[in-house]
Design a protein around this ligand. Structure first.
Ligand code: S3P
Length: 433
Protein backbone atom coordinates (compact mmCIF):
# COMPACT_ATOMS: atom_id res chain seq x y z
CA UNK A 1 0.00 0.00 0.00
CA UNK A 2 1.30 3.43 -0.94
CA UNK A 3 0.45 6.80 0.64
CA UNK A 4 0.37 10.01 -1.43
CA UNK A 5 -0.45 13.66 -0.91
CA UNK A 6 -0.29 16.75 -3.11
CA UNK A 7 3.17 18.32 -3.52
CA UNK A 8 3.20 22.14 -3.45
CA UNK A 9 5.36 22.45 -6.57
CA UNK A 10 6.38 20.10 -9.38
CA UNK A 11 9.51 20.49 -11.55
CA UNK A 12 10.52 17.25 -13.22
CA UNK A 13 12.56 15.94 -16.11
CA UNK A 14 12.36 12.21 -16.70
CA UNK A 15 12.26 9.25 -19.06
CA UNK A 16 9.34 6.89 -18.61
CA UNK A 17 9.61 3.08 -19.10
CA UNK A 18 9.89 1.75 -22.63
CA UNK A 19 6.86 1.17 -24.81
CA UNK A 20 4.96 -1.98 -23.86
CA UNK A 21 3.37 -2.62 -27.26
CA UNK A 22 6.69 -2.29 -29.12
CA UNK A 23 8.54 -4.43 -26.54
CA UNK A 24 6.06 -7.33 -26.88
CA UNK A 25 6.23 -7.18 -30.66
CA UNK A 26 10.03 -6.98 -30.82
CA UNK A 27 10.32 -10.21 -28.79
CA UNK A 28 7.49 -12.03 -30.60
CA UNK A 29 8.59 -11.11 -34.12
CA UNK A 30 12.28 -11.55 -33.29
CA UNK A 31 11.48 -15.16 -32.33
CA UNK A 32 10.09 -15.70 -35.87
CA UNK A 33 13.05 -14.12 -37.70
CA UNK A 34 15.86 -15.97 -39.45
CA UNK A 35 18.78 -15.23 -37.10
CA UNK A 36 19.71 -13.03 -34.17
CA UNK A 37 17.70 -9.95 -33.17
CA UNK A 38 18.71 -7.41 -30.54
CA UNK A 39 16.22 -5.35 -28.54
CA UNK A 40 17.73 -2.44 -26.62
CA UNK A 41 15.78 -1.20 -23.60
CA UNK A 42 12.80 -3.55 -23.78
CA UNK A 43 10.23 -2.73 -21.11
CA UNK A 44 11.16 -4.87 -18.11
CA UNK A 45 7.71 -5.38 -16.63
CA UNK A 46 5.48 -8.31 -15.74
CA UNK A 47 3.57 -8.24 -19.06
CA UNK A 48 6.65 -8.31 -21.28
CA UNK A 49 8.27 -10.98 -19.10
CA UNK A 50 5.11 -13.07 -19.71
CA UNK A 51 5.74 -12.81 -23.45
CA UNK A 52 9.41 -13.76 -23.02
CA UNK A 53 8.51 -16.78 -20.86
CA UNK A 54 5.90 -18.04 -23.34
CA UNK A 55 8.37 -17.70 -26.23
CA UNK A 56 11.01 -19.61 -24.26
CA UNK A 57 8.44 -22.38 -23.65
CA UNK A 58 7.96 -22.50 -27.44
CA UNK A 59 11.68 -23.10 -27.94
CA UNK A 60 12.86 -19.56 -28.76
CA UNK A 61 16.26 -18.69 -27.30
CA UNK A 62 15.95 -15.38 -25.45
CA UNK A 63 18.78 -13.99 -23.34
CA UNK A 64 17.47 -11.15 -21.17
CA UNK A 65 18.93 -11.28 -17.68
CA UNK A 66 16.99 -9.50 -14.92
CA UNK A 67 17.94 -5.82 -14.85
CA UNK A 68 19.62 -5.98 -18.27
CA UNK A 69 18.81 -3.27 -20.81
CA UNK A 70 19.25 -5.60 -23.76
CA UNK A 71 17.43 -8.72 -24.91
CA UNK A 72 18.96 -11.02 -27.54
CA UNK A 73 16.74 -13.43 -29.41
CA UNK A 74 17.89 -16.24 -31.65
CA UNK A 75 15.00 -16.52 -34.10
CA UNK A 76 14.13 -19.99 -35.37
CA UNK A 77 12.39 -18.79 -38.51
CA UNK A 78 8.66 -18.66 -39.23
CA UNK A 79 8.32 -22.44 -38.84
CA UNK A 80 10.86 -23.09 -36.09
CA UNK A 81 8.81 -23.00 -32.88
CA UNK A 82 8.30 -26.25 -31.00
CA UNK A 83 5.28 -27.64 -29.19
CA UNK A 84 5.20 -26.43 -25.58
CA UNK A 85 5.26 -29.15 -22.92
CA UNK A 86 2.86 -27.27 -20.69
CA UNK A 87 0.13 -24.62 -20.70
CA UNK A 88 1.41 -21.14 -21.68
CA UNK A 89 0.77 -18.57 -18.95
CA UNK A 90 0.18 -15.08 -20.39
CA UNK A 91 -0.25 -13.58 -16.91
CA UNK A 92 -2.21 -10.31 -17.09
CA UNK A 93 -1.32 -9.63 -20.72
CA UNK A 94 -3.98 -9.55 -23.45
CA UNK A 95 -1.33 -8.58 -26.01
CA UNK A 96 0.67 -11.74 -25.21
CA UNK A 97 -2.35 -14.00 -25.55
CA UNK A 98 -3.88 -12.49 -28.69
CA UNK A 99 -0.66 -12.00 -30.67
CA UNK A 100 0.68 -15.44 -29.70
CA UNK A 101 -2.62 -17.00 -30.79
CA UNK A 102 -2.11 -15.42 -34.23
CA UNK A 103 1.41 -16.86 -34.47
CA UNK A 104 0.34 -20.28 -33.17
CA UNK A 105 -2.50 -20.42 -35.72
CA UNK A 106 0.25 -20.83 -38.31
CA UNK A 107 2.12 -23.64 -36.51
CA UNK A 108 1.29 -27.36 -36.66
CA UNK A 109 1.44 -27.59 -32.85
CA UNK A 110 -1.01 -27.85 -30.00
CA UNK A 111 -0.84 -25.05 -27.45
CA UNK A 112 -3.05 -24.00 -24.53
CA UNK A 113 -2.94 -20.36 -23.44
CA UNK A 114 -4.17 -19.13 -20.10
CA UNK A 115 -3.68 -16.16 -17.80
CA UNK A 116 -4.60 -14.62 -14.47
CA UNK A 117 -8.18 -14.13 -13.26
CA UNK A 118 -8.46 -10.77 -15.10
CA UNK A 119 -7.22 -12.14 -18.43
CA UNK A 120 -9.47 -15.21 -18.12
CA UNK A 121 -12.47 -12.85 -18.07
CA UNK A 122 -11.46 -11.00 -21.28
CA UNK A 123 -13.09 -11.67 -24.68
CA UNK A 124 -11.23 -13.97 -27.05
CA UNK A 125 -14.07 -14.60 -29.52
CA UNK A 126 -12.75 -11.54 -31.37
CA UNK A 127 -9.66 -13.54 -32.37
CA UNK A 128 -11.16 -17.04 -32.31
CA UNK A 129 -13.58 -16.15 -35.12
CA UNK A 130 -11.10 -14.86 -37.75
CA UNK A 131 -8.47 -17.49 -36.89
CA UNK A 132 -11.06 -20.27 -37.28
CA UNK A 133 -12.16 -18.71 -40.56
CA UNK A 134 -8.54 -18.95 -41.72
CA UNK A 135 -8.62 -22.68 -40.99
CA UNK A 136 -6.94 -22.94 -37.58
CA UNK A 137 -8.49 -25.09 -34.88
CA UNK A 138 -9.11 -22.67 -32.02
CA UNK A 139 -11.50 -23.01 -29.14
CA UNK A 140 -12.05 -21.53 -25.73
CA UNK A 141 -14.23 -21.60 -22.67
CA UNK A 142 -17.76 -20.13 -22.60
CA UNK A 143 -18.72 -20.60 -26.23
CA UNK A 144 -15.21 -19.87 -27.54
CA UNK A 145 -15.09 -16.52 -25.81
CA UNK A 146 -12.95 -16.79 -22.66
CA UNK A 147 -9.48 -18.22 -21.92
CA UNK A 148 -8.00 -20.75 -21.60
CA UNK A 149 -7.60 -20.86 -25.35
CA UNK A 150 -6.62 -23.99 -27.27
CA UNK A 151 -4.86 -23.56 -30.61
CA UNK A 152 -3.87 -26.22 -33.12
CA UNK A 153 -2.59 -24.38 -36.17
CA UNK A 154 -1.45 -25.07 -39.69
CA UNK A 155 -2.74 -24.98 -43.30
CA UNK A 156 -4.15 -21.48 -43.21
CA UNK A 157 -5.98 -19.78 -46.04
CA UNK A 158 -6.42 -16.06 -46.56
CA UNK A 159 -9.55 -14.18 -45.52
CA UNK A 160 -11.07 -10.81 -46.09
CA UNK A 161 -12.11 -9.78 -42.61
CA UNK A 162 -13.97 -6.79 -41.28
CA UNK A 163 -13.42 -6.54 -37.52
CA UNK A 164 -16.33 -5.19 -35.46
CA UNK A 165 -13.82 -3.59 -33.03
CA UNK A 166 -10.91 -1.19 -33.48
CA UNK A 167 -8.27 -3.35 -31.82
CA UNK A 168 -4.57 -3.58 -32.57
CA UNK A 169 -4.47 -6.93 -30.81
CA UNK A 170 -7.07 -8.43 -33.14
CA UNK A 171 -5.48 -6.79 -36.20
CA UNK A 172 -2.06 -8.12 -35.16
CA UNK A 173 -3.35 -11.66 -34.54
CA UNK A 174 -4.83 -11.76 -38.06
CA UNK A 175 -1.75 -10.12 -39.64
CA UNK A 176 0.57 -12.65 -37.99
CA UNK A 177 -1.58 -15.61 -39.05
CA UNK A 178 -1.71 -14.09 -42.56
CA UNK A 179 2.07 -14.54 -42.89
CA UNK A 180 1.35 -18.31 -42.92
CA UNK A 181 -1.67 -18.27 -45.27
CA UNK A 182 -1.57 -19.42 -48.90
CA UNK A 183 -2.76 -16.11 -50.37
CA UNK A 184 -3.47 -12.43 -49.72
CA UNK A 185 -5.33 -11.45 -46.51
CA UNK A 186 -7.30 -8.19 -46.14
CA UNK A 187 -8.29 -6.73 -42.80
CA UNK A 188 -10.48 -3.71 -42.04
CA UNK A 189 -11.33 -2.06 -38.73
CA UNK A 190 -13.88 0.64 -37.80
CA UNK A 191 -11.14 3.22 -37.11
CA UNK A 192 -7.36 2.93 -37.07
CA UNK A 193 -5.78 1.28 -34.02
CA UNK A 194 -2.07 1.41 -33.18
CA UNK A 195 0.07 0.29 -36.13
CA UNK A 196 3.33 -0.92 -34.52
CA UNK A 197 2.80 -4.40 -35.98
CA UNK A 198 2.52 -3.10 -39.53
CA UNK A 199 5.63 -0.91 -39.15
CA UNK A 200 7.76 -3.62 -37.55
CA UNK A 201 6.75 -6.47 -39.88
CA UNK A 202 7.36 -4.24 -42.91
CA UNK A 203 10.82 -3.34 -41.53
CA UNK A 204 11.51 -7.10 -41.25
CA UNK A 205 10.73 -7.59 -44.94
CA UNK A 206 7.08 -8.71 -44.81
CA UNK A 207 4.70 -7.41 -47.46
CA UNK A 208 2.07 -5.52 -45.47
CA UNK A 209 0.50 -2.36 -46.84
CA UNK A 210 -2.55 -0.17 -46.41
CA UNK A 211 -5.14 0.09 -49.19
CA UNK A 212 -7.69 2.72 -48.26
CA UNK A 213 -9.15 1.61 -44.93
CA UNK A 214 -7.80 -1.95 -45.25
CA UNK A 215 -4.46 -3.51 -44.50
CA UNK A 216 -3.30 -6.12 -46.98
CA UNK A 217 -0.88 -8.87 -45.93
CA UNK A 218 0.96 -11.31 -48.20
CA UNK A 219 2.34 -14.65 -47.00
CA UNK A 220 6.03 -14.55 -46.03
CA UNK A 221 8.92 -17.00 -46.51
CA UNK A 222 11.16 -15.37 -43.97
CA UNK A 223 11.52 -12.36 -41.68
CA UNK A 224 14.86 -10.59 -41.41
CA UNK A 225 16.13 -10.14 -37.83
CA UNK A 226 15.72 -6.77 -36.21
CA UNK A 227 17.87 -4.42 -34.16
CA UNK A 228 15.69 -1.97 -32.31
CA UNK A 229 15.89 0.46 -29.42
CA UNK A 230 12.52 0.83 -27.72
CA UNK A 231 11.48 4.43 -26.93
CA UNK A 232 9.44 5.48 -23.88
CA UNK A 233 5.73 4.63 -23.67
CA UNK A 234 3.27 7.52 -24.13
CA UNK A 235 0.81 5.53 -21.99
CA UNK A 236 3.31 5.77 -19.10
CA UNK A 237 3.99 9.46 -19.86
CA UNK A 238 0.26 10.25 -19.76
CA UNK A 239 -0.11 10.19 -15.93
CA UNK A 240 2.60 12.88 -15.66
CA UNK A 241 1.10 14.99 -18.48
CA UNK A 242 -2.24 14.96 -16.68
CA UNK A 243 -0.60 15.67 -13.31
CA UNK A 244 1.24 18.66 -14.84
CA UNK A 245 -1.73 20.29 -16.58
CA UNK A 246 -4.00 19.85 -13.52
CA UNK A 247 -1.55 20.91 -10.80
CA UNK A 248 -1.38 24.66 -10.03
CA UNK A 249 2.44 24.91 -10.10
CA UNK A 250 3.96 22.28 -12.36
CA UNK A 251 6.41 21.85 -15.22
CA UNK A 252 7.30 18.40 -16.51
CA UNK A 253 9.60 17.36 -19.34
CA UNK A 254 9.50 13.75 -20.53
CA UNK A 255 12.25 12.70 -22.90
CA UNK A 256 12.39 9.91 -25.47
CA UNK A 257 8.68 9.16 -25.90
CA UNK A 258 7.19 7.22 -28.81
CA UNK A 259 4.94 9.63 -30.72
CA UNK A 260 3.36 7.31 -33.27
CA UNK A 261 0.24 9.22 -34.45
CA UNK A 262 -1.96 6.19 -33.67
CA UNK A 263 -0.96 6.67 -29.99
CA UNK A 264 -0.97 10.45 -29.48
CA UNK A 265 -4.70 10.99 -28.86
CA UNK A 266 -4.00 12.06 -25.26
CA UNK A 267 -1.96 15.04 -26.52
CA UNK A 268 -4.83 16.10 -28.81
CA UNK A 269 -7.38 15.67 -26.01
CA UNK A 270 -5.39 17.63 -23.42
CA UNK A 271 -4.77 20.41 -25.95
CA UNK A 272 -8.49 20.53 -26.81
CA UNK A 273 -9.06 21.00 -23.06
CA UNK A 274 -6.63 23.95 -23.06
CA UNK A 275 -3.69 21.92 -21.73
CA UNK A 276 -0.25 23.30 -22.51
CA UNK A 277 1.52 20.28 -23.96
CA UNK A 278 4.40 20.78 -26.38
CA UNK A 279 6.25 18.30 -28.57
CA UNK A 280 10.00 18.95 -28.75
CA UNK A 281 12.87 17.41 -30.66
CA UNK A 282 10.66 15.29 -32.94
CA UNK A 283 12.68 12.72 -34.91
CA UNK A 284 12.37 9.24 -36.44
CA UNK A 285 14.02 6.21 -34.87
CA UNK A 286 13.56 2.56 -35.77
CA UNK A 287 10.60 3.33 -38.04
CA UNK A 288 8.68 5.26 -35.36
CA UNK A 289 8.41 8.98 -34.49
CA UNK A 290 10.04 9.85 -31.15
CA UNK A 291 10.35 13.13 -29.23
CA UNK A 292 10.07 14.90 -25.89
CA UNK A 293 6.87 16.14 -24.25
CA UNK A 294 6.68 19.26 -22.11
CA UNK A 295 3.57 19.96 -20.04
CA UNK A 296 2.76 22.65 -17.50
CA UNK A 297 -0.02 24.00 -15.28
CA UNK A 298 -2.95 25.05 -17.47
CA UNK A 299 -6.44 26.56 -17.40
CA UNK A 300 -8.54 23.61 -18.52
CA UNK A 301 -12.00 23.51 -20.10
CA UNK A 302 -14.30 20.58 -20.88
CA UNK A 303 -14.05 18.68 -24.18
CA UNK A 304 -15.84 15.93 -26.10
CA UNK A 305 -13.98 12.77 -27.04
CA UNK A 306 -15.47 10.26 -29.49
CA UNK A 307 -14.96 8.50 -32.82
CA UNK A 308 -11.50 7.98 -34.30
CA UNK A 309 -9.85 9.75 -31.35
CA UNK A 310 -10.90 6.92 -29.01
CA UNK A 311 -8.55 4.12 -30.21
CA UNK A 312 -5.73 6.70 -30.36
CA UNK A 313 -6.07 7.27 -26.60
CA UNK A 314 -7.74 4.06 -25.41
CA UNK A 315 -5.48 3.37 -22.41
CA UNK A 316 -5.40 7.06 -21.41
CA UNK A 317 -9.17 7.74 -21.33
CA UNK A 318 -9.50 7.08 -17.56
CA UNK A 319 -6.96 9.88 -17.02
CA UNK A 320 -9.15 12.19 -19.12
CA UNK A 321 -11.89 11.76 -16.48
CA UNK A 322 -9.38 12.96 -13.88
CA UNK A 323 -8.33 15.97 -15.99
CA UNK A 324 -12.04 16.77 -16.37
CA UNK A 325 -12.26 17.33 -12.59
CA UNK A 326 -9.93 20.34 -13.05
CA UNK A 327 -11.66 21.70 -16.18
CA UNK A 328 -14.38 24.31 -16.45
CA UNK A 329 -17.50 22.72 -17.97
CA UNK A 330 -18.50 19.25 -19.08
CA UNK A 331 -16.14 16.60 -20.47
CA UNK A 332 -17.74 13.66 -22.27
CA UNK A 333 -16.11 10.45 -23.51
CA UNK A 334 -18.27 8.24 -25.81
CA UNK A 335 -17.67 5.37 -28.31
CA UNK A 336 -15.34 3.80 -25.74
CA UNK A 337 -17.21 0.57 -24.82
CA UNK A 338 -13.85 -1.23 -25.29
CA UNK A 339 -12.87 0.20 -21.89
CA UNK A 340 -15.28 -2.31 -20.32
CA UNK A 341 -13.17 -5.27 -21.52
CA UNK A 342 -9.68 -4.13 -20.51
CA UNK A 343 -7.78 -5.47 -17.47
CA UNK A 344 -10.90 -4.38 -15.57
CA UNK A 345 -14.18 -2.70 -16.52
CA UNK A 346 -12.52 0.70 -16.68
CA UNK A 347 -15.79 2.62 -17.09
CA UNK A 348 -17.15 1.18 -13.84
CA UNK A 349 -13.73 1.58 -12.17
CA UNK A 350 -13.39 5.26 -13.17
CA UNK A 351 -16.81 5.87 -11.59
CA UNK A 352 -15.89 3.93 -8.44
CA UNK A 353 -12.37 5.36 -7.97
CA UNK A 354 -13.18 9.00 -8.68
CA UNK A 355 -16.35 8.47 -6.63
CA UNK A 356 -14.14 7.59 -3.62
CA UNK A 357 -12.36 10.94 -4.14
CA UNK A 358 -15.78 12.63 -3.91
CA UNK A 359 -16.25 13.23 -7.66
CA UNK A 360 -19.59 12.64 -9.41
CA UNK A 361 -19.05 10.76 -12.69
CA UNK A 362 -21.95 10.00 -15.01
CA UNK A 363 -21.49 6.56 -16.59
CA UNK A 364 -22.72 5.38 -20.00
CA UNK A 365 -22.45 1.93 -21.60
CA UNK A 366 -19.70 3.38 -23.83
CA UNK A 367 -18.11 6.13 -21.74
CA UNK A 368 -18.55 8.72 -19.03
CA UNK A 369 -19.06 12.43 -18.36
CA UNK A 370 -17.68 14.72 -15.66
CA UNK A 371 -18.97 18.19 -14.89
CA UNK A 372 -16.00 20.30 -13.79
CA UNK A 373 -14.48 21.65 -11.76
CA UNK A 374 -14.90 19.26 -8.84
CA UNK A 375 -12.50 19.11 -5.89
CA UNK A 376 -10.90 15.77 -4.94
CA UNK A 377 -10.46 14.70 -1.34
CA UNK A 378 -7.92 12.05 -0.39
CA UNK A 379 -9.27 8.52 -0.15
CA UNK A 380 -8.38 4.89 0.37
CA UNK A 381 -8.48 3.22 -3.04
CA UNK A 382 -8.48 -0.42 -4.10
CA UNK A 383 -7.28 -0.37 -7.72
CA UNK A 384 -8.56 -3.91 -8.27
CA UNK A 385 -5.29 -5.23 -9.69
CA UNK A 386 -5.52 -3.06 -12.83
CA UNK A 387 -2.25 -1.16 -13.41
CA UNK A 388 -3.87 1.77 -15.22
CA UNK A 389 -6.36 2.16 -12.35
CA UNK A 390 -3.49 2.05 -9.83
CA UNK A 391 -1.74 4.90 -11.66
CA UNK A 392 -5.00 6.85 -12.03
CA UNK A 393 -5.46 6.64 -8.26
CA UNK A 394 -1.82 7.64 -7.66
CA UNK A 395 -2.05 10.78 -9.81
CA UNK A 396 -5.48 11.64 -8.39
CA UNK A 397 -3.90 11.34 -4.90
CA UNK A 398 -1.19 13.81 -5.94
CA UNK A 399 -3.93 16.29 -6.93
CA UNK A 400 -6.31 15.76 -3.99
CA UNK A 401 -6.71 17.52 -0.64
CA UNK A 402 -5.49 15.27 2.17
CA UNK A 403 -3.96 11.84 2.08
CA UNK A 404 -4.60 8.98 -0.35
CA UNK A 405 -3.74 5.30 0.06
CA UNK A 406 -3.69 2.92 -2.89
CA UNK A 407 -3.75 -0.85 -2.70
CA UNK A 408 -3.80 -3.57 -5.37
CA UNK A 409 -2.14 -1.13 -7.78
CA UNK A 410 -0.48 -3.75 -10.08
CA UNK A 411 1.92 -1.13 -11.46
CA UNK A 412 4.52 -3.88 -12.06
CA UNK A 413 2.49 -4.81 -15.17
CA UNK A 414 3.68 -1.77 -17.18
CA UNK A 415 5.49 0.73 -14.91
CA UNK A 416 7.31 -1.03 -12.04
CA UNK A 417 8.98 2.22 -10.83
CA UNK A 418 5.75 4.26 -10.86
CA UNK A 419 5.70 5.01 -7.12
CA UNK A 420 9.43 5.79 -7.02
CA UNK A 421 8.96 8.21 -9.95
CA UNK A 422 5.89 9.79 -8.34
CA UNK A 423 7.81 10.53 -5.14
CA UNK A 424 10.79 11.88 -7.08
CA UNK A 425 8.50 14.13 -9.15
CA UNK A 426 6.71 15.29 -6.01
CA UNK A 427 10.08 16.06 -4.40
CA UNK A 428 11.04 18.15 -7.44
CA UNK A 429 13.83 15.80 -8.49
CA UNK A 430 14.87 14.67 -11.95
CA UNK A 431 14.32 10.97 -12.51
CA UNK A 432 17.13 9.08 -14.21
CA UNK A 433 15.96 7.20 -17.33
C1 S3P B 1 -2.39 -3.00 -27.28
C2 S3P B 1 -3.56 -2.61 -27.86
C3 S3P B 1 -4.68 -2.01 -27.11
C4 S3P B 1 -4.28 -1.54 -25.72
C5 S3P B 1 -3.37 -2.50 -25.02
C6 S3P B 1 -2.13 -2.81 -25.85
C7 S3P B 1 -1.36 -3.60 -28.15
O1 S3P B 1 -5.68 -2.98 -27.03
O2 S3P B 1 -5.41 -1.29 -24.94
O3 S3P B 1 -2.98 -1.95 -23.78
O4 S3P B 1 -0.19 -3.70 -27.76
O5 S3P B 1 -1.70 -3.98 -29.28
P1 S3P B 1 -6.71 -3.14 -28.24
O6 S3P B 1 -6.03 -2.72 -29.47
O7 S3P B 1 -7.12 -4.57 -28.26
O8 S3P B 1 -7.83 -2.18 -27.88
Amino acid sequence: MTTISRPPRIRARLRVPSDKSISHRALLFGALADGASVVERPLDSADVRSTARCLAALGAEIVWPPGSERASIRGRGLHGLSEPEDVLDCGNSGTTMRLLAGILAGQPLLAVLTGDASLRRRPMDRIVRPLQEMGATVFARMGNSRPPLVVRGGNLHPISYRSPVASAQVKSAVALAALFADGTTRYEEPSPSRDHTERMLAAMGASIRTEGKAIVIEPADRLTPLTIRVPGDISSAAPWLVLAVCHPDAEVLIEDVNLNPTRTGIIDILRAMGGEVAVLDLRHEGGEPVGALAARSSQLRGAEVAGALVPRAIDELPLVALAACFAQGRTVVRDAAELRVKESDRIAMVGAILGRFGVRVELFPDGFAVEGPQPLRGARIDAGGDHRMGMLAGVAGALADGETRVLNDAVEVSYPAFWRDLSAIAAGEGVPG
